[in-house]
Design a protein around this ligand. Structure first.
Ligand SMILES: [Zn+2]
Ligand SMILES: [Zn+2]
Length: 382
């Protein structure tokens, strides 16, 4: 029988006191000072508006900047936008971009592996949420070998060198200046500084904890990452975590136009005004293929659970065969497209007919998804 080895307190990595004290003090202030001041003095409209604007700023700097630009390089950005992200990242108090991205790339590479993923969900909700930051775990130490590209970004390095002064300025200086001008110094510091910081911390940490536990897996079940629209709503779009772990090079996390992904919309705006370019998108066919592969996995599970008659299995196998053929046909077409990249008239015509054929194959996958979902529904009722 396998023995569960519980680590004794002396074997655990040492506590990160400065991080722990920062979390305790900010959280305590948010749950005591903030309501107390509200009851005794009341908050001005400026204080509320500042908190909201700075919260959105933090979420955008982390989501569009730290995450989609610097960690995953899903687009290229003008220096002014990178400065905007560097300041917003300091405001979010989530470490310098260099440290954040070095760890985040390891999370993707070794997701779910207990002693390699910096915040593996396999060690429980608390560890993935905040516990991993409170002790000096070896796998959570930033390895700058992972971020050679970022070391060449002067704005990232400027932020890294001046991280603490920027953090104090953004978290205390900016709210204090706004509060002083508006005549509500403490109100703006408490709502726009403290409460906004704590709320932003907690919702960001949900991505490492809840988004690996709670939600659907429409694109892949190879990791614990989940898509969750509610988390997406409070994390500016980062809650579509199953899509993100499956297609990390895509600048979108909510790939469907209706999915609530604030950072995707922000980046569409960035492209429109010319502050970002070379945005990467996963081809529709690959997205459809991933979804259909998951549909087959789910249908098969249902088939064995329900032990339904053999004809269902045959139907499913036939559908699966067709799926493989469609994928193969698409891959061959793509090869052809790469070869005919030159632009004579005849080749342009060919490229166009290739495109039409690709669209047809895409459509065939879409129709097949409908059939497989009907099949799954039939299996669960019969
Ligand atoms: Zn990521
Ligand atoms: Zn993750």
């Amino acid at each position: 029988m396998a023995e569960i080895v519980e680590k004794s307190p002396s074997q655990r990595p040492p506590i990160e006191w400065s991080t722990a004290i920062m979390f305790v003090l900010t959280t305590l202030a948010a749950i005591t000072l903030v309501p107390w001041y509200g009851l005794v003095e009341g908050y001005s409209t400026t204080a509320w508006v500042t908190a909201l604007v700075l919260w959105i700023y933090c979420g955008t700097a982390i989501g569009s900047g730290y995450h989609r630009l610097w960690s995953h390089r899903t687009y290229k950005a003008h220096w002014a936008l990178r400065v905007f992200y560097a300041l917003g990242g300091a405001l979010a108090l989530q470490n310098s971009a260099l440290n954040w991205c070095a760890r985040h790339r390891v999370h993707h590479r070794h997701v779910d592996i207990e002693d390699k993923d910096p915040h593996s969900i396999k060690l429980g909700f608390w560890h993935a949420h905040m516990g991993w930051m409170l002790r000096d775990h070896e796998c959570a130490r930033a390895n700058y070998g992972n971020v050679p590209d970022l070391k060449n970004d002067p704005i990232v390095m400027w932020q890294h060198r001046n991280y603490w002064s920027l953090t104090w300025f953004m978290n205390l200086g900016v709210p204090a200046i706004i509060g002083w001008i508006a005549g509500d110094l403490w109100g703006v510091i408490l709502l726009g500084g403290v409460l906004r910081l704590v709320v932003n911390h907690q919702v960001t940490f949900f991505i490492n904890s809840l988004a690996h536990m709670w939600g659907k897996q429409p694109y892949s079940d190879e990791s614990t990452a989940r898509d969750n629209w509610f988390l997406a709503m409070i994390t500016f779009g980062e809650g579509y975590h199953n899509f993100h772990h499956t297609f990390q090079a895509d600048y979108r996390n909510g790939v469907r136009w209706w999915q609530i992904d604030w950072n995707k919309w922000f980046l569409n705006g960035v492209r429109l005004v010319g502050l970002g370019w070379d945005f990467k998108k996963t081809p529709r066919f690959r997205v459809l293929r991933a979804k259909l592969a998951m549909d087959f996995i789910n249908a098969r599970k249902r088939l064995t659970e329900e032990a339904t008659d053999a004809s269902w299995k045959e139907t499913l196998d036939r559908e699966y065969q067709q799926f493989l053929e469609t994928v193969k046909a698409f891959q061959e077409l793509q090869k052809g497209r790469v070869q005919s990249a030159r632009q004579s008239l005849r080749e342009r015509w060919e490229a166009n007919s290739l495109r039409t054929r690709m669209k047809e194959l895409e459509y065939s996958l879409k129709m097949q998804r409908k059939r497989v979902s009907l099949l799954t529904a039939a299996l669960s009722t019969g």
